[in-house]
Design a protein around this ligand. Structure first.
Ligand SMILES: [Fe+2]
Ligand SMILES: [Fe+2]
Length: 624
């Protein structure tokens, strides 16, 4: 039956091929209604099949595991070669899904665009624990589209087959799991709102700026141009009952994707995090330098997960500790695998003001992992107590591989021994992965951190710092409450920079000489006697003269010194050919900064990626 009212066949105007190769699969739907079919052997059929491409060879799981097309990496997704006109007033996506790696944004089949407030299209997918169906319709349109998400009432089991279906009949959106209606919404009314930039994709959450490939299997996935009803979907689920009964299966190994590393140094402990490829349960063991017994710590969330976070408390201040982590696979039915990390060490923060300590400042490690590794290895030679990162840790915050394959490998062994103290750069995209992979004081996007007699005020330069903004109000309070001798601000965007083109093209016109949003904090830094302000973002090194009231003012008279340390690995930028009124020292090389503090003495050294010293600064605290 071809529904004239929908006119789908006319829109697609390509021959239907499904009936010619698997007529038995069309079931209750006629060939004309079945637009796309991915069978258990990885073959694509249906009228749209010819327009979807997969770069990699199709691999199929063993029959005893229930078969199915294997998806592991980005190349495994089937992506439409160009924009496809899809049915918008009624459709069904239905099929068998096994998720091997839970993700915040998992995609099975859809064509979606979610960029800030712009939200169009629809997607059958999943999140960390449950199947989801997102759809943007006329009734929810807030001007640039708004997605409504249905979320299954119960979680999926990792590695196990589930029958999943999403239907839309023009007024009600429904999500079925294993043949049972699990969520529905009548908020959705009228045609689905599509974006012509969204390409139909099987096996990934994909839009213009995000691509999260499915890790798992798909089989007998079908897409129709009408809403199937519950009996039809129950029948579809019953048809694959054999598949549903199988033990969980995965082709992935249980291993560290990110071995343990440190964040958030404190007098009474530190945070230790790690990631495994598959969900597991981890244990952390910590022992003091001169004791034998390991003390076991519980994870922050004691349920199986891929990211393992431990907020260790109860340790002695200014003391060296050893730590190691052990994680055991937690997928039912499989032989359990355990991985053990190497033993590493750290020192807790001092609780007394007279202790001496050092720290590294680095920024914009970003895309060139080999450069970042050279820089971080040199920083590690100095054995800093901790590492301040000025943001742009990665090139694309929402891309998992940027963290696992570039950032973390390049920062080892440094952050296995020296806890990371980061701020968000613009390249982190405010992605959830940043928050998942960092363990920091709430609300994490900004926080203060006391270390010895120094306090750091770590800000999110991507968010408003305007008068009355939540963040500026917080900063006001935190600075007013501070009792620290040394005070440092850290934020990604520089309040002052002599950069050539980030804030105006200095070869032809003027420049604001810094980020206008973050310049809102200048008065506060000056009023509360902040000594140094560290930034990233413009990929070079710069140290300004001390500045107060928009003029060069001696440090002793309250001038704040601004240091841009953005040479951790990103491609280098350049300076205005003419010096600025505040420009003291500049260097266009990859680099890091080493700061040492004892009592009222501070020494700062900047070194390039070959270890050559190119800037030094010595301060005697001006007194409070
Ligand atoms: Fe940046
Ligand atoms: Fe950057």
């Amino acid at each position: 039956m071809i529904r004239g009212s929908l006119g789908v066949t006319a829109l697609l105007s390509v021959p239907f091929v499904v009936a010619s190769w698997s007529p038995d699969r069309a079931r209750s739907a006629s060939a004309a209604e079945l637009l796309l079919e991915l069978d258990g052997q990885g073959r694509l059929g249906g009228s749209m099949a010819g327009r979807l491409r997969r770069e990699s060879r199709v691999e199929v799981a063993p029959l005893e595991a229930g078969g199915g097309t294997i998806f592991n990496v980005a190349d495994d997704a089937f992506v439409a070669e160009d924009f496809l006109e899809l049915p918008t007033s009624a459709f069904t996506v239905e099929g068998w899904v096994a998720v091997e790696t839970p993700r915040r944004w998992g995609g099975i089949l859809g064509a979606i665009e979610d960029n800030g407030a712009f939200e169009k299209g629809w997607l059958l997918g999943y999140d960390d624990s449950a199947f989801t169906f997102g759809i943007s319709t006329a009734s929810t349109d807030d001007g640039d589209g708004r997605l409504v998400y249905l979320r299954a009432a119960s979680p999926y089991l990792v590695g196990r087959w589930h029958h999943v279906a999403a239907t839309y009949d023009g007024s009600t959106s429904r999500l079925y799991v294993d043949g049972v209606l699990s969520a529905e919404s009548t908020e959705t009314q009228g045609p689905a709102l599509m974006s012509d930039s969204a390409r139909l994709t099987v096996g990934a959450y994909r839009d213009s700026d995000e691509f999260y490939p499915h890790d798992g299997r798909l089989a007998d996935l079908r897409f129709y141009d009408r809403a199937l009803d519950e009996p039809e979907l129950q029948a579809a689920a019953a048809e694959g009952a054999d598949r549903a009964g199988r033990e969980p299966w995965t082709d992935a190994l249980f291993e560290w994707t990110i071995p343990p590393y440190l964040t958030w140094p404190r007098t009474d402990g530190v945070s230790v995090l790690a990631e495994t490829r598959l969900p597991g349960l981890a244990r952390l063991y910590v022992r003091m330098d001169d004791e034998r017994a390991w003390v076991e710590f519980e994870p922050a969330t004691p349920t199986p997960s891929t990211i393992h976070e431990f907020v260790v408390r109860g340790l002695e201040p200014d003391t060296k500790y050893f730590y190691r982590m052990s994680a055991t696979e937690a997928i039912g039915g499989r032989q359990e695998t355990t991985v053990d990390s190497e033993t590493r060490s750290f020192r807790t923060a001092p609780d007394r003001d007279d202790r001496a300590f050092t720290f590294t400042v680095v920024g914009d490690t970003q895309s060139q992992g080999d450069v970042a590794k050279r820089v971080s290895d040199l920083a590690f030679e100095h054995r800093p107590n901790f590492v301040v990162h000025c943001g742009d840790l990665v090139d694309t915050g929402s891309t998992h591989a940027d963290w696992t394959d570039t950032f973390f490998p390049s920062m080892r062994p440094l952050i296995e021994h020296a806890p990371l103290v980061p701020v968000l750069g613009n390249h982190e995209q405010d992605a959830r992965l940043y928050y998942d992979l960092m363990s920091l004081p709430e609300p994490e996007r900004w926080y203060s951190l006391r270390y010895g007699h120094a306090e750091f005020f770590l800000l999110d330069g991507n968010r408003s710092l305007a008068d009355q903004s939540e963040q500026l109000e917080w900063l006001k309070g935190a600075l007013a409450d501070s009792e620290a001798t040394w005070r440092f601000a850290v934020l990604h965007q520089p309040p002052y920079t002599s950069d050539s083109d980030d804030y105006g093209d200095t070869t032809e016109t003027g420049s604001t000489r810094g980020d206008l949003n973050v310049q809102n904090i200048l008065g506060l830094l000056e009023a509360h006697g902040v000594d140094l302000c560290f930034s990233g973002h413009v990929h070079d090194y710069e140290r300004t003269f001390p500045i107060k009231d928009g003029k060069v003012t001696s440090y002793a008279d309250g001038g704040v010194i601004y240091v841009t340390a953005a040479g951790g690995g990103g491609h280098l930028e350049d300076f205005d050919a003419t010096n600025t009124w505040f420009g003291h020292k500049k260097m266009r090389r990859h680099h890091f900064v080493h700061v040492a503090i004892h009592g009222d003495q501070l020494e700062l050294q900047a070194m390039d990626e070959d270890g050559r010293l190119f800037d030094v600064l010595a301060l005697t605290q001006r007194g409070r």
